[in-house]
Design a protein around this ligand. Structure first.
Ligand SMILES: *[C@@H]1O[C@H](CO)[C@@H](O)[C@H](O)[C@H]1NC(C)=O
Ligand SMILES: *[C@@H]1O[C@H](CO)[C@@H](O)[C@H](O)[C@H]1NC(C)=O
Ligand SMILES: *[C@@H]1O[C@H](CO)[C@@H](O)[C@H](O)[C@H]1NC(C)=O
Ligand SMILES: *[C@@H]1O[C@H](CO)[C@@H](O)[C@H](O)[C@H]1NC(C)=O
Ligand SMILES: *[C@@H]1O[C@H](CO)[C@@H](O)[C@H](O)[C@H]1NC(C)=O
Ligand SMILES: *[C@@H]1O[C@H](CO)[C@@H](O)[C@H](O)[C@H]1NC(C)=O
Ligand SMILES: *[C@@H]1O[C@H](CO)[C@@H](O)[C@H](O)[C@H]1NC(C)=O
Ligand SMILES: *[C@@H]1O[C@H](CO)[C@@H](O)[C@H](O)[C@H]1NC(C)=O
Ligand SMILES: *[C@@H]1O[C@H](CO)[C@@H](O)[C@H](O)[C@H]1NC(C)=O
Ligand SMILES: *[C@@H]1O[C@H](CO)[C@@H](O)[C@H](O)[C@H]1NC(C)=O
Ligand SMILES: *[C@@H]1O[C@H](CO)[C@@H](O)[C@H](O)[C@H]1NC(C)=O
Length: 751
């Protein structure tokens, strides 16, 4: 597989971009001022570009203490400097910046630790990539600039130097479609709601339900994009901008008579009105015209900020024909259109389709499609789910195209403690050794949920020539997580989870699992699900309880921890997992009684255990704003004042029905206060009621669901009103809620 000649040529063709991102240390210095204002003068940065000129190279840094007591960081690029800074702060000063919890970097000791010997790091891949197109909907749909700032600092410090930049693209679509003469109604009938844009971008859906996208939401997002791109530049992150993928409003032929169009298949359970997107065949000259407008407009607005353009035509959209000539024709024309719009363009594509629809995408089909692009270096493929369903192995490294090894890990932002520590270390490094066209590691989670250690692990693997020793890694991660090395139980708790909860090796379940409590109640089919949204618990649940006990004990040992945001988050998260695991057994007891024709009183009595658990879980989650539906809804409402009801509807709909009537119901379910104690509780109460009043022989899931669905739709139309409800309680309240939980569920928490 090693073809070293192509390798050299290919890498040098890629080179200019990697090194073009920044040439000053100003961005790094600004980050330090932003996050560690009282240490602004404690650091010294020096950019020392590698001597390889324009060739694509691995990054490296050196961190050392100077004689006058400063921390000096030298690095080949901005990203290398930030990686060195992060290494120092997390491993020496025990501080970091986190999802949800935010930056704890200002907690660094007043006198920064001196280094006896320098910290030296070299990346094993030139690119560290972040983002999945759908993350822009599942996670960041309603983010403010403050949220973006934290995210971008998180990415930059973790060495990310290449990332999707989808925000605000609706402005580009609308401007281009308006320029060619489509009217407002024709355009707005195509654009989806703010929580569903990713699938509109993929051509899976079109249009919106229960209201239309407000124009000024689009303008606000565009303003946000300008800020994001500026900050990315400062932080040495090359943006990947959206190219025109071909999907257009249905009425395009009114303005382009005779244009050659095709229709995408129906997507999931959506009907034709909201799916079956129209697309321009890439061999039609209008495709090139639109691509030029689309890219030209962005270059005009953003400047020449990137060579990388993301373009997915067939993501969960099967092409019209599997004829190899057709596939090659489509890709070749798409590529030439892209190149005529921007001669140095590199086409970035999510290779998800190859694993999601492997019966269509045979090796021959993939080879034909990729073969249409005759310059290998003009493409960059994301092997999207490489830890579980790698495509590089079966395609001989995408037939020579550059590609990135990506960890997906999570679908729909589902929540459950989970990991495949061996795959993201050992298998990722096998790819470095065995594939000459591998150019990066990346994160492609559908939703940035929890399990942050699992994502950190891959980004740190990008700087380690050998598979990371996870025992040491977890230990060091815990020190930075809580900013203390003094509480042994913290380490014991995490070390219990490392070889079990975070080490799934039976890939029948291959991503973050769900709990059955988030699913439509049923007497069968809930437990033991496998695959991407498995409901099988992949470890002995007793381990989770044991680890929880250690974590809780840590707080009793050092009571300050109850006021530590990372500890608060993890304690809620682990308590959540213990309770959620317990739900399965209660459910089994209920259904077993029902199946053996227990009387209504018995059904209700067993059912009350399920509802009691949901109420307890809701109370625990409600102590932390990061586990609340209200946080998501507040963000949606706050994202724009023009139609807050519509924004709230979008927010509620995505995490429940996902579609007007449940087209992908529960796909993006969340274990959040407000969902658990309201929506899921409501569903289970109705189920228990149904069981108590329906003989086993008359059980009819369709009839039960029919009634339930009407209630679900009504729930989704609720409006919370103006007052924000998302808040975190203080340390004392958290302790009180946990004490109550432990008392109520005494046999579960073995203290
Ligand atoms: C980066 O480092 C890895 C691991 O040492 C090596 O295999 C690879 O060839 C290097 N890549 C470049 C572009 O130097
Ligand atoms: C599409 O065009 C037709 C006329 O060609 C018009 O009657 C119809 O209203 C247009 N559709 C939309 C959504 O504007
Ligand atoms: C954009 O910048 C790159 C790298 O700096 C350069 O090679 C390219 O020619 C520029 N393109 C345009 C259109 O200015
Ligand atoms: C692709 O197919 C179109 C339509 O059949 C044809 O006109 C065009 O020449 C083909 N292009 C290539 C590159 O094969
Ligand atoms: C993931 O790791 C397990 C061992 O932990 C191994 O059996 C499996 O082949 C790996 N899967 C992939 C896709 O690399
Ligand atoms: C990588 O290559 C080595 C030796 O060339 C081989 O033993 C190993 O199985 C390969 N691994 C993968 C995942 O291809
Ligand atoms: C993960 O589990 C497998 C199978 O039980 C075991 O062989 C392996 O040593 C474990 N790995 C780690 C890092 O704990
Ligand atoms: C893997 O998990 C599946 C589903 O839970 C189970 O049926 C199977 O026996 C497991 N395989 C191994 C080797 O443990
Ligand atoms: C209860 O009965 C249903 C069908 O009647 C069956 O599918 C399910 O497995 C049974 N569940 C239990 C726990 O016995
Ligand atoms: C505002 O939102 C509500 C609820 O989604 C919707 O019914 C209404 O049509 C929206 N108004 C506009 C102008 O889109
Ligand atoms: C189940 O309920 C549905 C909807 O109410 C009904 O159409 C169907 O006939 C019922 N099935 C049976 C077997 O009674």
């Amino acid at each position: 597989m090693r073809a070293s000649k192509t390798c050299v040529w290919l890498l040098s063709a890629f080179g200019a971009v990697a090194t073009s991102s920044t040439s000053s240390t100003a961005g790094v210095e600004s980050l330090v001022k932003r996050r560690l204002p009282s240490h602004a003068n404690a650091f010294q940065f020096a950019l020392e570009p590698s001597s390889h000129g324009s060739a694509l190279t691995n990054d490296s840094y050196t961190v050392s203490s100077t004689r006058d007591g400063k921390i000096r960081i030298e690095g080949t690029t901005t990203s290398a400097l930030l990686s060195g800074l992060h290494k120092y702060l997390s491993s020496e000063a025990n501080v970091d910046i986190w999802w949800y919890i935010g930056s704890q970097l200002d907690q660094a000791p007043r006198n920064l630790p001196k280094l006896k010997s320098p910290l030296i790091g070299t990346s094993v891949v030139p690119y560290r990539y972040h983002w999945n197109t759908v993350t822009t909907s599942y996670t960041s749909a309603f983010w403010s600039w403050e949220d973006w700032e934290t995210q971008l600092d998180w990415m930059a410090l973790r060495g990310v130097n290449l990332a999707l930049a989808w925000i605000g693209v609706e402005k580009i679509f609308i401007d281009v479609f308006t320029d060619i003469g489509l009217n407002d109604e024709e355009i707005s009938s195509f654009i989806s709601g703010p929580a569903f844009l990713a699938w509109n971008h993929f051509g899976n859906i079109q249009g919106s339900w229960n209201g239309n996208m407000p124009d000024n939401w689009v303008d606000d997002q565009f303003a946000l994009q300008l800020q994001i791109l500026d900050r990315m530049k400062e932080l040495g992150i090359t943006p990947i901008l959206p190219a025109f993928p071909g999907f257009v409003p249905r009425n395009i032929s009114r303005v382009f008579p005779g244009i050659s169009l095709s229709t995408s298949p129906l997507w999931e359970n959506f009907a034709e009105d909201l799916s079956a997107d129209t697309y321009v065949n890439p061999f039609d000259p209008h495709f090139t015209q639109l691509q030029k407008l689309f890219i030209g407009k962005q270059q005009e607005l953003y400047g020449n900020v990137t060579k990388f353009w993301t373009l997915d035509q067939f993501n969960e959209n099967q092409p019209l024909s599997s004829d190899l000539g057709y596939l090659r024709n489509v890709s070749q024309n798409t590529w030439t259109a892209l190149k005529s719009a921007s001669p140095d363009a590199i086409w970035v594509m999510q290779a998800w389709l190859f694993s999601a629809d492997s019966s269509f995408w045979t090796n021959d089909a993939i080879e034909a499609f990729l073969g249409g692009i005759t310059e290998d270096s003009d493409m960059l493929l994301l092997d999207l789910f490489a830890e579980s369903a790698p495509q590089w192995l079966r395609t001989n490294s995408f037939y020579g195209k550059p590609w990135i090894w990506c960890e997906l890990h999570d679908y729909g932002g589902n929540m459950g403690l989970y990991g495949q520590i061996e795959n993201v270390t050992i298998n990722a490094m096998q790819a470095v050794r065995n594939s000459s066209s591998l150019v990066g590691f990346g994160l492609t989670m559908e939703g940035q949920e929890g399990n942050e250690i699992m994502y950190d692990l891959l980004l740190d693997q990008a700087w380690s020539p050998k598979p990371i020793d996870t025992e040491t890694y977890f230990h060091d991660w815990v020190s930075a997580r809580y900013g203390t090395e003094n509480v042994k139980s913290l380490y014991t708790g995490w070390e219990l989870l490392r070889p079990t909860v975070f080490n799934n090796t039976n890939l029948t379940v291959n991503a973050v699992p769900k709990s059955i409590l988030e699913l439509i109640p049923n007497i069968n089919g809930l437990l033991g699900r496998v695959g991407r949204h498995g409901t099988t618990v992949t470890y002995d649940p007793a381990v989770m309880v044991e680890a929880w006990t250690e974590l809780f004990k840590a707080g009793l040992e050092d009571v300050k921890l109850f006021g530590n945001p990372a500890y608060q988050y993890d304690l809620v998260d682990w308590t959540r997992q213990v309770l959620v695991n317990e739900f399965d057994g209660l459910y089994k007891d209920l259904v077993t009684a029902y199946n053996s024709s227990a009387n209504a009183a018995e059904i209700r009595s067993r059912g009350s255990k399920l509802t009691a658990l949901l109420k307890t879980l809701d109370a625990v989650l409600a102590t932390n704003e990061n586990f609340q539906l209200a946080t998501w809804i507040d963000a949606a409402r706050a994202s724009n004042p023009s139609n807050t009801s519509f924004l709230e509807y979008n927010a509620r709909n995505q995490v429940t029905l996902w579609g007007p009537t449940g087209q992908i119901e529960d796909y993006a379910s969340k274990q959040w206060a407000g969902l658990v104690g309201d929506y899921y509780l409501g569903r289970w109460e109705q189920f228990i009621d149904y069981l108590a009043t329906t003989k086993h022989s008359s059980y009819n899931q369709t009839a039960f669901y029919h009634k339930l669905q009407a209630w679900e739709i009504q729930w989704g139309n609720q409006i919370s009103g103006k007052t924000s409800k998302a808040t975190s309680t203080g340390a004392k309240e958290i302790q009180a809620v946990l004490q109550t939980t432990i008392k109520t569920w005494g046999s579960l928490f073995k203290l």
